[in-house]
Design a protein around this ligand. Structure first.
Ligand code: LUZ
Ligand code: MOS
Length: 774
């Protein structure tokens, strides 16, 4: 298990040796990225004779398949074979949490875009042509699009979940103000740069190797084995890197890999299946839209005494990760606030949309949007700035979350007050009111957005990882972990860890592909936890190797092991450099037949959760922060710009400042996109209307805030975070929620009769209507 002494030694060393590395490190993948040399699934060297596949999917939202005529497609020259559920040797089932999702539709289709068959041909072009020749006859059934409709019809994925603390019913009797309302937050398309895809190749003895663009290699391996009815050891999954994941490849990279493997299984030939953008947009799930109702009660001094919320999650046609995402909505329902009396409930509503799935934040942002809406509405009616309510309720040390965890090392107030002072909030607010007094065609708005995000998979058993570290006989190092590099820079962080423990240049470290034969039974790279879990395992493995090498060095140098230190590619005795270099030490260890490989397993300590009571300590720690967003609305057009987003973020002790800043900036923009311009639209039949980049608008360089400032709040970090460098992948996405409320305030400045809306995204159309309503 994880060794605190070594951790401390390492921390000291990090501070001393690697100040320069810590400062200057950039994502080392950028080297191949900018040269166009980075390898993705589509870059795999395919074997001669490789087939190419295209998925035939449902052209209706819901219905019974009466007949499918594949004859014309089959007859097309170059078509090898068309696979359906009838070709599945094992289970036609890919559901991870609940077994409710067929790989291929059998008699019924449940969403527009649901896979029905796989067309395998000599080229992708031929396969596409064949797809157009398939004739399908579907008897249509009623389609459910919204969560509300699903609730009315009793259409659910599973049983509801509910968290509670105190007694919210009673507490409302003591409130001076009570407000109720409804909110809606729409879905969000992941738009990973690399679309979903996989390449499967037959090895000997019926073994299959799959190169997949997945966050979860083990999920792919396990599901392929289940569908093919073979042992997991016959399936090898390899991942070099992803062109983005954002949660969209935590679960939904699996079907395409399974389909390619199924075709390889039958044809004993390599098969490549890469979705084009249209197919990907149509067939894959997105962030869950939520429809929610809340009731919030406050005292005269603006303390939130009671909060109740019912979340309707639009889960889509199958469970996918919806139950876990629903759970995280409950965990984050009170965001950064202490509310002594809370009751929250979430219903995963089954609709005829593609199964919605993990997306950066994993249900947390949806939960946080609702309480921020409730606060904004309360502030509007009470006649105080929302920030007064926010500030009056910020979490404090030892406050209890609704799920029973006691808040420790809380930075909610610290990041808040730091933001207020370093960004000079008084001046900012003065400038804004001055601007608004002097301008009628443009109005500015400001918002505060505090965040608190729990780090760990909420499903405790998933919080583990392994690392396999080889030191080669020339002193170079190769590391395999469960971490999947998807642009977040986790490989660079792993290299930093090893380079620091061994005290050798980072160039001597290589991160291998993520491969199920080297690191098995892994959790997906998700939940912002990849660097923590895999980094801790890497740290442990490297530390064990150092202990072993010190024994060798002590023999050679005739010194005490405790007096030895690896530093700058040499062995030091009592801080004095010896003649023994790193490479000599490795050669000597080889001659002495010392193992230069180590495997380590890390499992997050302390965490637990009891679902029967809905109480426990599910998170290793929390990440905190505060963002101040300002916007300018063009009141003639309804268009807007974000002038600035000023953030105080709790990195702990960032081990890779450039990478972490990149994560904050990227997540912020993604959050702003979700809240303002990204609008997923389905028609009443369940067909995706926003099915191209012309109809689905994502933030571009012209829509990012003119200024983004991020400063770290100085904290100790947390022992449970890798090198005390806190998880950074998801939390900053929720700063983007501030954009929504800044816009509300700008509209109010123009139209005092504006009735605030809590219906995201706040597109320019909605802004325009708000400016001129009533
Ligand atoms: N994935 C998951 C996640 O399986 N469990 C989680 O708790 C989680 N949290 C955030 C993102 N992905
Ligand atoms: Mo995720 S939403 O795959 O961390």
């Amino acid at each position: 298990m994880h060794n605190n002494t070594n951790n401390k030694i390492l921390d000291t060393k990090l501070n001393a040796v690697s100040k320069s590395i810590k400062k200057s490190i950039k994502n080392l993948d950028s080297y191949t990225h900018v040269r166009g040399e980075s390898l993705y699934v589509d870059d795999v060297n395919i074997r001669q004779g490789t087939f190419h596949a295209v998925v035939f999917d449902s052209p209706k939202g819901h219905g019974i398949i009466k007949n499918i005529d594949y004859s014309k497609a089959r007859a097309l020259e170059g078509v090898e074979r068309i696979f359906t559920y009838k070709d599945v040797p094992g289970k036609n089932e890919i559901g991870g949490i609940i077994a409710d999702e067929p790989l291929f539709a059998e008699n019924e289709v449940h969403f527009w875009g649901m896979p029905i068959a796989l067309i395998v041909a000599e080229t992708e072009f031929i396969a596409r042509k064949a797809r157009a020749l398939i004739e399908i006859d579907i008897e249509e059934l009623p389609v459910i699009i919204t969560a509300k409709e699903a609730k009315a019809k009793g259409s659910f994925i599973n049983a509801p979940r509910s968290f509670s603390l105190g007694d919210s019913d009673k507490a409302f009797n003591k409130c001076d103000y009570i407000f109720e309302g409804e909110t809606f937050s729409n879905g969000q398309e992941h738009l990973y740069i690399e679309a979903q895809g996989a390449y499967a190749e037959p090895l000997e003895n019926g073994n299959i190797k799959i190169t997949s663009s997945t966050q979860g290699p083990t999920a792919v391996q396990k599901t392929v084995a289940q569908v093919l009815d073979v042992a997991m050891h016959k399936i090898e999954v390899d991942v070099t890197r992803l062109g983005g994941g954002f949660g969209g490849k935590e679960d939904q990279a699996t079907p395409w890999a399974v389909m390619a493997a199924l075709a390889t299984f039958h044809l004993n030939q390599s098969v490549k299946l890469i979705l084009n953008r249209h197919d990907d947009l149509r067939m894959t799930g997105k962030r869950h839209p939520y429809e929610s109702t809340y009731k919030i009660g406050l005292t005269k001094d603006l303390k939130i005494l009671a909060y109740q919320c019912e979340f309707l999650q639009n889960s889509g046609a199958a469970a996918d990760l919806s139950p876990a995402i629903a759970e995280r909505t409950l965990f984050h329902a009170t965001n950064s606030y202490y509310v002594p009396n809370v009751t929250t409930k979430v219903l995963s509503c089954k609709t005829n949309l593609p199964p919605n799935t993990a997306f950066r934040g994993f249900g947390g942002p949806q939960g946080m949007f609702v309480i921020e809406s409730a606060i904004a509405k309360a502030a509007h009616h009470i006649g105080v700035p929302p920030r007064d309510i926010q500030e009056a309720n910020l979490l404090d040390e030892n406050d209890t979350f609704s799920y029973g965890q006691i808040a420790k090392k809380v930075e909610a107030k610290n990041t808040w007050s730091t933001a207020k002072s370093v960004y000079n909030i008084e001046a900012l607010e003065r400038d804004i009111s001055e601007f608004n007094n002097n301008n009628s065609a443009f109005k500015k708005g400001l918002s505060f957005m505090p965040i608190t995000f729990g780090i760990s998979f909420t499903n405790t058993p998933m919080n583990h990882a392994r690392a396999l570290v080889h030191i080669y006989l020339d002193g170079s190092v190769g590391i395999s972990t469960a971490a999947v590099e998807m642009g977040q820079g986790v490989n660079t962080k792993m290299m930093q860890i090893a380079a620091n423990v061994f005290s050798i240049p980072i160039e001597h470290i290589k991160i291998e592909t993520t491969n199920t034969t080297r690191v098995a039974n892994t959790s997906p790279s998700a939940a912002s936890s990849t660097a923590d879990l895999n980094g801790k395992a890497t740290l442990m493995a490297c530390n064990s190797l150092v202990e072993r090498l010190k024994i060798v060095a002590s023999e050679i140098l005739n010194a005490q092991e405790n007096d030895l230190k690896l530093k700058d590619e040499s062995v030091y005795i009592n801080d004095k450099k010896s003649d023994l270099t790193w490479t000599e030490l490795i050669s000597a260890a080889m001659l002495r037949r010392v193992a230069l490989t180590e495997n380590a397993h890390y499992a997050t300590p302390e965490i637990h959760f009891d679902k029967t009571k809905e109480k426990g300590h599910p998170f290793a720690y929390h990440v905190y922060g505060t963002a101040i967003t300002t916007t300018t609305v063009d009141c003639t057009r309804g268009t807007y710009e974000f002038d600035s987003v000023k953030i105080v973020h709790d990195y702990g002790k960032s081990m890779s400042k450039g990478i972490d800043l990149g994560q904050v900036e990227g997540a912020l923009i993604q959050g702003i996109g979700w809240m303002t311009m990204e609008e997923i639209a389905y028609n009443k039949d369940g067909r995706l209307l926003s099915n191209a980049l012309s109809t689905y608008k994502v933030p571009d360089i012209f829509s990012v805030p003119k200024r983004v400032e991020v400063i770290p709040v100085e904290t100790d970090g947390n022992e449970m975070a890798i090198l005390k460098s806190k998880a950074v992948g998801e939390p900053p996405l929720m700063y983007g929620i501030g954009a929504y409320f800044a816009l509300q305030n700008a509209i109010k400045a123009f139209n005092s009769k504006y009735d605030m809306k809590f219906h995201a995204p706040m597109t320019p159309e909605k802004v325009l209507m708000g400016l001129y309503e009533n």
